[in-house]
Write a protein that binds this ligand. Structure first.
Ligand code: KG4
Ligand code: ZN
Length: 345
């Protein structure tokens, strides 16, 4: 059975996993850096790459040690090489290439977004999805850097149906979190506070909701938030925080659901996956589940551990590609953006 060591360092999470060709995760260990970046209110690229240099090798050592596996058990090494913060990507790519050269293994550079698209298909002792990624499905990938609707036509063939014209959904959550005085990253805190709030109390725009497009726009939310908040005192904002968060979250979720429904109607597909950091959002998860029942759709949303950045999803993309005989040349490096052949537009 093919077994892949996978490395993910595209942003601020350092993650290492072992995944086999059935999508089974033998181990996935991650180390975040929220505490290092939160004083700056956002990710500082130099700090992110520097921390990867500290965190990566110990995680690789621990994954191999805890699973009792060694280089002789591996089919190859997969690493996120695009898109992302260039300094962060370089740490993962150089480490993967060096290990592959030393251990005489093939390596493969993976697009981070293919990882998010495939994350719902991972399996472990508590999560056993029954859904074949080689049959067509719709994928909504919503993270801190991307908000994109894909038509996965078959394995490794992804057509972009729509994407954000400005901010990503996670970015919008994080910016709003900052505006209402929550720490960084704000998404998870906005979600938590929303539970005690009234989602109808404040009105935030649902970008492009009535337009005949599968694209998203979240920048109008920022101006609306600014307008609403600048008319309030600090005490008022603190008191109203749950209602503000719930109302903001409802606007983001409504906008995502509107485009998911439009894509379902346009494509006629009933197999859907939702992934990326924002798919950890409880309101989005609830609404997607209700929507699926209403329209008879089969939906996969990964457990929280595979929603946010993790190496297991890179391992799945990697092991499937290595199994098809693909590998990357030694002169492939890191790239801040996707390449022209990654997605069909
Ligand atoms: O996929 P991810 O870990 O990294 C990127 O590839 O960007 O996504 C991180 C994003 C952040 O913007 C974070 O605020 C958001 O996902 N996020 C959430 C939640 N958990 C993470 N947004 C809303 N609700 C959540 N529960
Ligand atoms: Zn991501």
């Amino acid at each position: 059975m093919a077994l892949c060591l996978a490395i993910e360092t595209s942003c601020d999470d350092t993650s290492v996993a072992l995944v086999n060709d059935q999508g089974e995760v033998l181990a996935c260990l991650s180390k975040g850096q929220d505490a290092a970046h939160s004083p700056f209110g956002g990710i500082v690229p130099e700090i992110a790459s520097r921390n990867h240099t500290f965190q990566l090798l110990p995680l690789i050592e621990e994954v191999l040690r805890t699973t009792g596996r060694g280089p002789q058990d591996l089919t190859g090494i997969a690493v996120t090489n695009r898109p992302g913060l260039i300094g962060s990507l370089i740490v993962g790519v150089v480490t993967a290439k060096t290990l592959a050269l030393t251990w005489k293994l093939p390596w493969i550079g993976i697009n981070h977004l293919e990882g998010h698209i495939l994350a719902p298909f991972l399996k472990d002792s508590e999560y056993q999805p029954d859904f074949d990624p080689s049959e067509p499905y719709l994928a909504l990938a919503v993270s801190g850097g991307h908000s994109t609707l894909y038509l996965a036509e078959r394995l490794h063939h992804y057509r972009i149906l729509g994407q954000t014209l400005d901010d990503a959904a996670g970015e919008a959550f994080d910016k709003f979190g900052k505006m209402v005085g929550l720490g960084f990253p704000g998404g998870v805190q906005v979600d938590r506070l929303s539970k005690g709030g009234d989602p109808t109390k404040y009105h935030f725009p649902r970008g492009l909701i009535h337009e005949d497009t599968l694209n998203f726009s979240f920048s109008g939310l920022k101006s609306a938030a600014h307008r609403i908040l600048s008319a309030m005192s600090e005490e008022e904002i603190a008191r109203e925080r749950p209602h503000l968060c719930a109302s903001f979250q409802a606007a983001v979720v409504d906008a995502l659901m509107a485009k998911l429904e439009m894509a379902r109607k346009q494509t006629g597909l009933r197999r859907v996956v939702v992934s990326g950091g924002v798919s950890a959002n409880s309101a989005l998860r609830e609404q997607v589940a209700e929507w699926a029942v209403k329209h008879g759709c089969q939906v996969l949303i990964p457990p929280l551990r595979y929603c946010t950045d993790n190496a297991a999803m890179i391992g799945l993309a990697g092991v499937l590609r290595l199994q098809r005989g693909e590998s990357s040349p030694w002169d492939l490096g890191a790239s801040p953006s996707s390449t022209g052949t990654d997605f069909i537009t």
